[in-house]
Design a binder for this molecule. Structure first.
Ligand code: FAD
Ligand code: NAD
Length: 405
């Protein structure tokens, strides 16, 4: 009998977790496993705010995919997915195509710009290694150029962060640690630097514990961040942004650096391939399959799973992506063995920790609130745990964060 072919798209948290579990659970004689990713490296998306601010080199946030997969069991293809032909059971790549019996789509998400004019063209994102490297370089260039000009352009030292969700806040935590270094390096008066965070909702980190939010705001304000709350970005231009509070007239804020960190949507491949989606995310069945396509699983930022307790989607996180990867691997292993009783996915929320720089954080872990050094320690434990789960002790020793005390 022909061996089934399992194709996994994307080697992020969800895709790599699926792969490393499948390579343990399925024998070489039982199925062929193919992993496709546009780069030959995996990057820790959850560390990109550090690479973007320049507090951690981008090589520290990535590692070679081949180092964590069993190459005798998994065929790794470095290529870019262009489209999924679900009715023909094949994936179109930039350099060819591949057929599948089971498909796992774990291509991550993309910045959600809500159609706001100019964001795609003029704002920076914290999305992948390339965008983080570009943002870090851009900020540094502004500082390096400031003293080169006879007529000083203070807008070079103004940085606007759009969105005070977890990404925006974590980036601000790193940025405020980096600014004093940049000021020293480029002979800039720190008082000239302006960091603004523009948030449309009435609070920073909407929905998170108010006491912890208060702590985060006061820590960041102490380090020079100015929050514009209840204020939405309406447009981005080469000179800065237009913002408005409620229905008031928009006004301009000039800034040479605008960072858009205001949420994600599913990968564009989802809609391009004709899957029914909400903001690019497929509302999957309890077994994480596409309704009507039993051979296609979607996990991670491109999937939408409803939290029945509040009847709202779970936020897209690395935590849920990895758990989905474990679930899908176990279920595909069952399907390969002709077992049809799949295990429905259940999210086990272990909590959330939001860093505020290298040595500070806020969080709720197993229901317990944490701030400061304890929360920061916990954040590093979480970061290290995900390395261990994917690449074992070898990867942990190579890439782990051990500056915990
Ligand atoms: P990803 O991990 O993003 O991986 C997608 C993979 O697909 C990548 O390797 C990409 O290169 C590849 N890919 C994309 N398109 C193509 C294509 N067309 N062809 C081939 N390959 C492709 N979540 C938490 O739980 N905890 C945190 O502390 C946390 N911190 C975060 C900090 C930041 C700065 C950001 C931006 C996010 C953070 N998140 C956190 C959210 C978390 O990172 C995402 O939810 C998670 O990365 C989603 O995992 P994924 O497997 O869906 O996709
Ligand atoms: P988010 O959706 O969590 O937050 C985006 C913020 O931008 C919201 O507060 C929203 O009100 C605001 N916003 C939207 N439109 C705006 C506008 N026009 N002007 C100003 N503000 C606007 O998105 P995120 O922070 O990018 O996070 C994406 C996902 O990644 C989330 O699920 C998040 O939980 C996860 N994440 C988790 C962590 C962590 O656990 N430490 C860190 C980063 C990201």
């Amino acid at each position: 009998m022909k061996k089934p072919k399992i194709v996994i798209l994307g080697a992020g948290y969800g895709g790599l977790m699926t792969t490393v579990r499948l390579q343990k659970q399925v024998g070489v004689n039982e199925a062929d496993i193919v992993l496709i990713n546009k780069n030959d490296y995996h990057y820790e998306t959850t560390w990109l705010h550090e690479a973007s601010a320049g507090t951690l080199h981008h090589d520290r946030v990535r590692y070679d995919i081949r180092a964590v997969i069993d190459r005798s069991k998994v065929d790794f293809v470095q290529d870019t997915v262009v489209e999924i032909k679900k009715d023909e059971k094949k994936v179109i790549l930039e350099n060819g195509e591949v057929e599948y019996d089971y498909l796992v789509i774990s291509l991550g998400g993309e910045p959600e710009t809500f159609g706001i004019q100019g964001l795609k063209e003029y704002a920076f994102g914290i999305t992948n290694v390339n965008s983080s490297r570009q943002l870090r370089e851009h900020i540094e260039y502004q500082f390096a150029t400031y003293n080169m000009e006879a007529e000083k352009n203070d807008n070079r030292l103004t940085i606007v962060v759009g969105g005070a969700g977890f990404t925006g806040i974590e980036f601000l935590g790193e940025l405020t640690n980096r600014i004093p270094e940049l000021c020293r390096e480029y002979d800039i008066d720190p008082h000239k630097v302006k960091i603004l965070c523009v948030e449309a909702a009435p609070t920073v980190l909407p929905g998170f514990d108010p006491e912890l939010v208060k702590y985060a705001v006061s820590q960041l304000e102490r380090k020079g961040v100015e929050f514009l709350i209840g204020t939405a970005i309406k447009e981005c231009t080469p000179e800065g942004i237009f913002v408005a509070k409620g229905d008031a007239e928009p006004y301009e804020i000039k800034a040479e650096t605008v960072v858009w960190a205001a949420g994600v949507r599913g990968n564009a491949i989802i809609e391009k391939s004709g899957f029914e989606a909400m903001r690019g995310r497929v509302k999957v069945t309890p077994e994480l399959r596409v309704p009507g396509y039993e051979d296609v699983f979607v996990i991670g930022d491109s999937s939408l799973v409803i939290n029945e307790e509040i009847n709202r989607p779970y936020p897209p996180t690395a935590q849920i992506s990895m758990q989905q990867g474990e679930n899908v691997a176990a279920n595909i292993a069952r399907l390969v063995r002709n077992k049809q009783d799949l295990v429905p996915f259940e999210f086990d929320n272990k909590g959330t920790v939001c860093s505020l720089g290298e040595d500070d954080a806020i969080g709720v872990v197993f229901g317990k609130k944490l701030t400061g050094a304890k929360a920061s320690f916990m954040k590093k434990v979480i970061d290290n745990r995900s390395l261990f789960m994917i690449g074992g002790i070898g990867l942990l020793l190579k890439k782990g964060k051990f500056n915990v005390f």
